[in-house]
Design a protein around this ligand. Structure first.
Ligand code: TAP
Length: 479
């Protein structure tokens, strides 16, 4: 493992023209918040990026009122084809400002620029293009006799894919004629605020999308607001539970995308080189801070040693360092709080008797860094096999028979995703049929497409985002 000396890449940062301070984006304009502002920092070196406003309950009232006006007077009345034109315009502007958005995302989140440039931002544009195409077809696509918007959607998103999670939520809501109040996570507000500028450039009618920044209490106020018709949340299972309680007994529609502890199952007949790539992508993409990360490797006993050896060799060639350097494979952990969680669970892994191997790399004094880590000799009862670590930590378990692999894969309260690696299509289909996971990848991992619905079972939440199903979450009278 080599560490690229951390030195902020000035040439990439130069393409950003950031403001020193960002206000709330309400009713088409930036305005100061009445809560206490906070700083957003770079997790790679803890440097200050910008000061960001925090929304109080009064600000949330204004944002919801703006969204309500825009819904009733403009957006829900507009012909679908005209709404679609705005969505196409937003998608094209995202493409035009792609480099800037990618740099801002890597700066604020800590993810390698090659991920934000090649995955996050292109998928953001793809989501808006995809749902732009739906906007004029709602009446003709078998969605029901008279599909109509729900009204105002309150959307709360996490820090791991800040702009992509925004796109997953905003694009279908708008296509279906809803208006939005959205809150990015406190540690990653930057790209949502640049997105607000894009909405101004696109001339989106005022109030259709309102972006409010702040901490968890801001999200809670949005969820509680009596004039909200729909709540869409992506984040942790404990907060998802609180939100479900807060909307219980109201007529608000709710979708929850929560945590995961995905099994990545490798059979002995799997194409090994491809599987090693898939295991690395599955758990080390975005430093493992991915809800559907393949954090439990369930490998057939006969190939366990070979797979682990190859994995260690591969991880030793990855480059950890400056997220803005295009040669970086592993970036920073998003926050000190998250880093402490990863450290704590890894420590527990050792104490419970699993065997730890970490890539040999120099950790700089500043910033939040964690070396890619593999645990072997992991038992199903170990915390590292059960809890979502949300970091670059892989827990390796073994199996002898397909039935054992299925039982181990399903032995989790989560049910978001899984991967199966085998040369036999029939085996992949038979195993997939028995896995309780919303998304199952075959001989690949962490692939996303706007046409494909995404969502969980069990404690990973309910409702689907993406595809036709993603629209249903924002329509009444539709099925
Ligand atoms: P959370 O702590 O749950 O935070 C998610 C969002 O909710 C943030 O914007 C947060 O604000 C806000 N929030 C916190 N407390 C709230 C409350 N009581 N009411 C309303 N909103 C509240 O999750 P996180 O740490 O950002 O993200 C990691 C988790 O998200 C992981 O468990 C991961 O698996 C999950 N995740 C799931 C998916 C899907 S698609 N299933 C995708 C990505 C991530 P602050 O950040 O300002 O506190």
């Amino acid at each position: 493992m080599t560490f690229l000396e951390y030195a902020p890449a000035p040439e990439s940062r130069a393409i950003l023209s950031l403001r020193d301070e960002y206000g709330l984006f309400i009713d088409g304009q930036f305005r100061p918040g009445t809560g206490e502002s906070f700083a957003t920092i770079s997790p790679a070196d803890e440097s200050h990026i910008a000061t960001v406003a925090a929304a109080s309950e009064a600000d949330i009232d204004q944002a919801v009122a703006a969204a309500r006006r825009a819904h009733d007077k403009v957006w829900a009345k507009m012909r679908g084809r005209d709404r679609g034109k705005y969505l196409f315009r937003i998608a094209r502007l995202v493409q035009e400002r792609a480099r800037e958005l990618a740099v801002a995302e890597s700066l604020d989140n800590g993810k390698p620029i090659k991920e934000s440039r090649d995955v996050d931002v292109p998928l953001v544009a793809a989501w808006f293009f995809y749902y732009a195409g739906w906007a004029d077809k709602l009446d003709f696509a078998g969605l029901g006799a008279n599909p109509r918007s729900l009204g105002v959607a309150a959307q709360v998103i996490p820090w791991n894919f800040p702009l992509l999670m925004l796109a997953w939520k905003v694009a279908p809501a708008l296509a279906a004629g809803n208006t939005v109040v959205i809150k990015p996570a406190e540690t990653t507000p930057l790209t949502a605020l640049i997105f607000a500028e894009i909405l101004q450039q696109a001339d989106l009618p005022a109030g259709v999308v309102n972006i409010v920044t702040g901490a968890g209490s801001t999200g809670a106020a949005m969820v509680r607001h009596p004039d909200v018709n729909k709540v869409a949340f992506t984040g942790s299972t404990p907060v998802g539970r609180e939100i479900a309680k807060a909307v219980a007994g109201t007529d608000k529609k709710l979708t929850l995308e929560l945590g995961g502890k995905a099994a990545n199952i490798i059979f002995e007949d799997a194409p090994i080189e491809q599987a090693i790539d898939g295991i690395v992508t599955g758990i080390f993409f975005n430093q493992g801070q991915v809800c559907c990360a393949g954090s439990r490797l369930i490998v057939q006993e006969s190939i366990h040693d070979e797979v682990v050896e190859r994995l260690k060799r591969r991880l030793s060639t990855l480059r950890m360092g400056d997220p803005l350097d295009k040669n970086t494979d592993i970036g920073a952990i998003n926050s000190l709080e998250q880093l402490n969680r990863v450290r704590e669970l890894s420590q527990i892994g050792e104490e419970e008797g699993a065997q730890r191997w970490s890539a040999n790399c120099v950790i700089p004094e500043k910033g939040f860094w964690f070396a890619p880590t593999i645990f072997t000799n992991v038992q199903a009862s170990h915390r590292i096999a059960r809890d979502e670590i949300f970091g670059p930590v892989l827990s390796v378990l073994t199996f002898r028979t397909p039935a054992e692999a299925i039982a181990k894969a399903n032995n989790t309260p989560y049910g978001l995703s899984a991967g199966i690696w085998s040369d036999k299509g029939s085996r992949i289909l038979a195993v997939a049929d028995k896995l309780r996971a919303g998304v199952i990848w075959a001989n690949t991992f962490n692939r996303f497409d706007p046409a494909s619905p995404f969502g969980g079972y069990k404690e990973s939440g309910y409702g689907r985002e993406g595809g036709r199903q993603g629209l249903l979450a924002y329509l009444k009278g539709a099925a």
